[in-house]
Design a protein around this ligand. Structure first.
Ligand code: AMP
Length: 277
């Protein structure tokens, strides 16, 4: 496994790399969710590239960016074990060199949910992913459905900008109690970590209700909020029952829905979703 830190080294390392190339973009603090993306990439690619870059442009508050967990030596070990060929771990200046002055802004699909709660977030995501797609030129790139809206935003961007990399969505990997694995979970105390299981409980209850025929989004949201309310440490940011394609809030549910939520626990913002289709 090679580790490269500059755009030039990355391009040079990829010039002679066997195709197809699979890319897994990450912000590090790798866990089993990331590893599942790498394993999928490994199974479908001759060369697997993982990027590790905590992207300042997708954080609203500088403090959240600073607090994001980092441990490169451990991440490199995880990559090595998972059979990664090439790790791109650039500095902020390498990704955004002096004079950098471009922003990729995806439209309607980036508007609601995380886009509304975190202004500018998806511009930051789309911009860095566009750079990574351009630098790596991968046949496929792998993204987790835990970040459902992110997958839709990146798909839209890749389609609209005619980027040749195919976006491959991958299922969410969970802890035993159902909590979606996330680098942010590391910032929870044991009590906060136990409380965080309530996200999944709320989504499962909402999903079961929709599968059983519930057609009123307000009632399904109320059901999920009621379950979140049983956990005093959980502060809901939003609870949504949306169209899985447009992410617009539904007025009535006709069998398909994306249930999603954002909840703050001990100052840590956690998201998860459940798709019923
Ligand atoms: P991050 O490092 O949080 O930016 O995540 C990098 C990639 O891993 C993104 O495509 C995420 O959606 C994906 N990912 C994060 N957590 C999980 C998980 N629990 N299961 C599957 N994929 C995940």
């Amino acid at each position: 496994m090679r580790v490269v830190r500059t755009r030039a080294e990355l391009r040079a390392a990829l010039a002679a790399a066997p195709r197809p190339v699979g890319l897994v973009p990450t912000m590090g603090w790798l866990h089993a969710g990331h590893v599942s993306l790498v394993e999928r990439a490994r199974a479908e690619s001759a060369t697997v590239v993982v990027s590790i870059f905590v992207n300042p442009r997708q954080f609203g508050e500088a403090a959240d960016f600073e607090r994001y967990p980092r441990n490169e030596p451990r991440d490199l070990e995880a990559c090595e074990r998972a059979g990664v060929d090439l790790v791109f771990a650039p500095s902020v200046d390498e990704v955004y060199p002096p004079g950098f002055d471009t922003r990729v802004a995806v439209g309607a699909i980036a508007g609601p949910l995380e886009g509304a709660a975190r202004p500018g977030h998806f511009d930051g995501v789309a911009t860095v992913v566009a750079i990574l797609f351009a630098l790596v030129g991968a046949e496929r790139a792998y993204f987790g459905l835990k970040d459902y809206q992110q997958v839709q935003v990146i798909r839209r961007m890749a389609l609209d900008l005619a980027l040749p990399t195919v976006v491959v969505p991958c299922e969410t990997v969970r802890e035993e109690d159902g909590l979606a694995m996330s680098s942010r979970n590391a910032r929870l105390s044991p009590a906060g970590r136990a409380a965080a299981a309530v996200l999944r409980r709320a989504l499962v209850a909402g999903g079961d209700a929709v599968r059983a025929g519930a057609d009123d989004p307000a009632a399904v949201r109320a059901l999920m909020l009621g379950i979140l309310a049983t956990e005093p440490l959980a502060m809901p940011d939003y609870v949504s029952v949306a169209d899985p394609d447009t992410l617009d809030e539904l007025e009535t549910i006709a069998g398909r829905a994306l249930l999603s939520l954002a909840v703050v626990i001990e100052g840590v913002r956690l998201i998860d979703n459940e798709r019923v289709s």
